[in-house]
Design a protein around this ligand. Structure first.
Ligand code: HEM
Length: 486
């Protein structure tokens, strides 16, 4: 064997072995470029060179930055991912009486004293943890572990009754399908989501809902879709993702974990950790608005009506802090969240998250249940999109796992994470491209607004939305309503 050949073989081996360290990043960049090419220009991303972090919040809170769906190409994509019933999902409703009524209803369903909400969340977490992690040492994906907790919790809030196991499966099946398609790790499976809609329709028809729903939601299907969208999709997905971030942070900061476990009553410390986690890993990458009138904030900051403004949360959260890349929960003792560039739940003046009060309360309760049972350990990467669903080793408190075994598991997790990342990036590129193209083909938002006004009323000469939903939104193919193989 010649020296040249050996060198070539070594270079080829180094190339292959190093791919997990650079190829996933390159593939993410390629995916963003493919999306932009298929979907057209994305609008104005802020903060940018003209809108600094100081004007970011002013622009976000501007009364004319109030359009949600009509007139943005992005809407077709979000409607596609958040189907069925995207036209009545609170996040997508245009401002007006229908939005106001729906927003009021969501807040009233989420209401409760901190003590009641904490107890309900702790009970659900305890039940699910005891059922799903019976052993002393278990490898889990934290997002998967948390989904059933929040499925049970929100079923309790919506129906005021415990969640039967079969219904929990329907809810987690729906929520997983939504979040996996949003992250491009799976295609949509509309049949899975439709099974939950049928359950909700049955419960509504039986008069089982202990809440009054807005008259502005015209038929039973709109009502079922509203509940499905807000509580069994957004709520379950967001809480599971938020908990996956929080618990992964604890798994990777053993000193913080030890402190919180030793003082479970210390809400202040845990509150700081939650603030810092949501600062570094905000659940929204970008939230968009379509301007309904011209905006002029002085200087060069002028946007005509119809501009799509994209508010970049991670970029905003990284400005105005000392060492923004360092995880430092203690910083929240030195600064106030009110004065900092910190909007994990959006801005108060412009459609903030209705669960801004509930979420930290119930996150604290669920975290205490986890820490009371287990120590957490993980060596995987931690990024905002968290597509790996947060692999983690749970060791029951009191159980002695020899240090060399724990080190071996962590080494395994680290290597598997790299290679999974590589495979997943390729998958995301393929599935993402397909879904962006499919959403563009269906043009759900554009089609809807060609036939309805912003309050959901059919435009003159159009057929009214019936019990089967707006006739103008293309229905999916196949006997199960699912266009993709299960
Ligand atoms: C830690 C958990 C959560 C975080 C960090 C979070 C974050 C956010 C953010 C940043 C927004 C505003 C986006 C924008 O300006 O367009 C938002 C909106 C929203 N969130 Fe949450 N969320 C969480 C949990 C929940 C839960 C539990 C629910 C339960 C129903 C929920 C329902 C909604 C809805 C319906 C909207 C749309 C509000 C509107 O347009 O009126 N979120 N969320």
């Amino acid at each position: 064997m010649t020296v040249g050949k050996t060198v070539r073989q070594a270079a080829a081996a180094a190339f292959v072995l190093s791919t997990p360290y650079w190829l996933p990043k390159a593939l993410v960049g390629l995916r963003v470029r493919v999306f932009a090419a298929v979907n057209g220009p994305e609008g104005v991303i802020v903060p940018n060179e003209t809108v600094g972090p100081e004007q970011f919040a002013e622009l976000y809170a501007h009364p004319a930055a109030d359009g949600r769906s009509k007139g943005a190409g992005l809407s077709d994509l979000f409607w596609y991912w958040l189907s069925p019933g995207p036209e009545v999902h609170q996040e997508h409703l245009e401002p007006g009486p229908r939005y106001d009524a729906v927003a009021r209803t969501t807040v009233s369903i989420l209401a409760g004293s901190s003590a009641q909400l904490s107890k309900a969340a702790a009970d659900c977490a305890a039940r699910v943890l005891d059922e799903l992690v019976p052993g002393d040492v278990e490898l889990v994906r934290l997002r998967d572990l948390m989904m059933p907790v929040w499925a049970e919790f929100f079923h309790g809030l919506v129906f005021h009754e415990p969640c039967p196991p079969g219904v929990r499966e329907l809810i987690t099946g729906n929520a997983e399908d939504v979040v996996n398609s949003l992250k491009n790790t799976r295609l949509r499976h509309m049949g899975r989501r439709a099974r939950l809609t049928r359950y909700l329709l049955r419960r509504l028809a039986a008069g089982d809902l202990p809440h009054e729903l807005p008259a502005e939601l015209s038929g039973p299907r709109d009502r079922a879709h509203y509940l499905q969208g807000a509580f069994f999709n957004t709520a379950v997905v967001q809480m599971s993702e938020a908990m996956a971030h929080l618990l992964l942070v604890l798994a990777q900061h053993p000193d913080v974990q030890r402190r919180l476990a030793a003082h479970p009553e210390d809400d202040h410390d845990l509150g700081n950790v939650i603030n810092e986690t949501l600062r570094m890993y905000p659940l929204f990458g970008i939230a968009h608005r379509i301007t309904s009138a011209d905006i002029d904030l002085g200087g060069d900051v002028r946007y005509p009506a119809g501009t799509v403004l994209c508010f970049d949360y991670p970029a905003y959260h990284a400005t105005g802090y000392e060492d923004p890349d360092v995880f430092d929960p203690g910083r929240w003792d030195r600064i106030s969240a009110k004065d900092a560039h910190h909007i994990p739940f959006g801005v108060a003046a412009n459609r903030p998250c209705p669960a801004w009060r509930l979420s930290p309360v119930v996150m604290r309760a669920a975290t205490r249940e986890v820490l009371a049972r287990f120590t957490l350990h993980s060596s995987v990467s931690h990024t905002r999109p968290i597509p790996h669903r947060a692999p983690c080793l749970l060791v029951r408190r009191g159980h002695r796992l020899p240090a060399h075994r724990r080190a071996a598991v962590l080494a395994f997790l680290r290597v598997r994470d790299r290679w999974e990342d590589l495979g997943r990036s390729l998958l995301q590129l393929g599935l993402g491209t397909w879904m962006v193209a499919d959403a563009r083909r269906l043009r759900m938002a554009e089609t809807y607004f060609a036939h309805h006004d912003t309050q959901g009323n059919p435009l003159p000469g159009q057929q009214a939305a019936g019990a089967a939903g707006p006739a103008t939104i293309p229905r999916t193919a196949g006997p199960s309503g699912c266009p993709y193989p299960h």
